[in-house]
Design a protein around this ligand. Sequence first.
Ligand code: ADP
Ligand code: MG
Length: 754
Amino acid sequence: MVTQSTKLSQIVSTAAPKLAKHRGITVVGDLLEFWPRRYLEHTADLGTLHVGMYVVAVATVKTAATRSMKNRRGEMLTVTITDGAHEVDLVFFKAWGHRDALVPGTTALFAGTVGMYRGRWQLAHPAYQLMHGGLGDAATDRGPIPVYLQVKGMQNWAVAECVRLTLDQLDDLPDPIPAALRGRRGLPGRLAAMRGIHVPDEMPQVYLARQRMRYEEALVLQTLLAQRRAQIALQHTAIARPPGKGGLLDAFDARLPFELTAGQREIGNTLASEMSGDTPMNRLLQGEVGSGKTVIALRAMLAAVDAGGQAALLAPTEVLAAQHHRSITAMLGELAERGMLGGSEIGTQVALLTGSQSTAARKRSLLDVASGDAGIVIGTHALIQEHVQFFDLALVVVDEQHRFGVEQRDAMRDKAKQPPHVLVMTATPIPRTVAMTVFGDMETSTLTELPRGRAPITTHVVPTDNPRWVERTWVRIAEEVRSGRQAYVVCPRIVDTESRGGISDEEVPDTRPAPEDGEPGDGEREEGERQDGESGETAEPRVWASVLAVVEQLRSDPALHGITIDVLHGRMTPEDKDAAMARFTRGETGVLVSTTVIEVGVDVANATVMVVMDADRFGVSQLHQLRGRVGRGGHPGLCLLMTGAEADGGARERLEAVAGTTDGFALAQLDLELRGTGDVLSGRQSGGGRSTRGMGRGSFRFLSLVRDEELILQAREDAAALVAADPDLNAHPELGAAVAERLDAEQAAFLERS
Ligand code: ADP
Ligand code: MG
């Protein structure tokens, strides 16, 4: 019996080696998932030719003639074919073998590269395959023709024929979608869907089959997530950390210089009640930059300490970890100085743990963490390394989720003797479909209001081809700094390097966030790989502004005379980065020229202006993140997006969109639409060009997070019901197998990335 794992060599013996060699297709299942890239609906096709196009079309021979050639022996054959509406000429310089086959009235599938001869379309020596059975005008009876990725040494129809032969041998295919659900959702079975995709009679079959595959992808993932949620909910393994009275949290609240917003209070209550239970909390907190997430997290951490445990805060970069350490220590004041002179009785200690600390400092921190003296521990991913021992880890807070994958959350969880409560924070607004997939195993809370007194940010696009505007930008910066404020200038690169390829303006810029390792060099991406690797044919190179070039230029700009200009980028040592950040925080630096290391979390209330150089080099959401750095201290913020992109191009349009709204969710949605599903997701966004065969949570063959919100919602409901009734999927082994396979693929993808 033929199954998905049957070797293709048993079915299509001559084609099998080619499929295996060039496309890695060895078994039936591989071939079935060699999805057509598109379909040719032949009748319309001969009407839309252009020179150089490879065309595959069904047509009928109208006339055929042989004649002898002047300079060569033998005869040539010219044929005119028609699809009923349009004609194309064929030419064969050896008539032999073709003359008998291509007689008028014969219908065949033709394939070749379109040329033009004497004002008429021509295919020279096309390949063709006769339509058997004397179908006459079969052209219109035959279904759409699937077009596959080229397999070397095989014509498209040969591939199609292999798929057809294979499908003919199959009686059934395991179907992850339970029959009852299929019925309810009006979807075909898996084998029928495969037929619909590979040998459709008409396009609506293809559409229905694709819909089914989308639903299947959504259902499998949602089932996996539902099981995961259910498992977590069933665990009574966490230690309950109920809020106490008269502890750190109360003392902190009493010294807070502002009132919590209603949203902060409400989410605070949710966290407190979840942490009071013995089911591990697993919650995602999203809120715009500056919406006050850190305060919420800190209050939860203090509650954990009050309940006798420790809290860890994981930051994506060293700069951020150091900054969190500084600002949290400052916010806590004497509450962070237990054991020190003047420190509070009820207080605790805040330890910092990063990969680049001096050995001595690190040893001390490790000791404080292990002994429990440090109630709060702040660090980069160095925190989740093996040898870091906690005394009693109660709560893990992950800041800026996009830098961490699910697997890292899990690793962090494993740090505790018993599963800690987990709070993940992200300032990147997450479209709903993404929340339901990438973060589908978590509960979510959203902060919708900004704290009062937050001044609005104004954003303008500054075209660099207008020197007066550019000049004006620097004058504006100088004014701001002279009136006591500070400014950021963000550049896409650190140094100017020669022989960079450019990227064309149409190309969506690389908007991946930082590499995930949180070590020197993080927080910004180096240019180069992407352009070099992926855009073979691009416009003339553009040299992107670099930190070092810009700082030089600004230091010699008379408009900025006397203003202190400093730099911050990932090639600096951690100490230098810290020092630069600290100088800026203290207000000693007027203008900080940096890469995107300042993208996340950095909070200097006195900074009011940001200039983004070559802003078109950044993604929509990233720009929104960046500008959230200014206007945090009650002074209105100003963001200037410098760009050399053409006025009527897509890049300018994106920038205008950013300038036009401060609604992060709207921009996140736009980003998703611009960049497509694959790139936006996969917790760690390992970038484009990756084969979709190595799946990450964000990768789907059919499902689109832009388009399929409704369907994902349905699948989520269906999956929840299935799992509630049958947690181990005993009644649905085929779904169970598909879930297991998906999980394997994700783990494999994770291993590949790490
Ligand atoms: P996020 O982490 O969401 O970007 P933060 O928690 O860092 O935001 O808050 C940004 C700034 O707003 C901080 O300086 C913080 O002290 C301040 N802040 C937080 N909550 C409030 C509030 N309710 N009222 C006034 N200021 C607040
Ligand atoms: Mg923050």
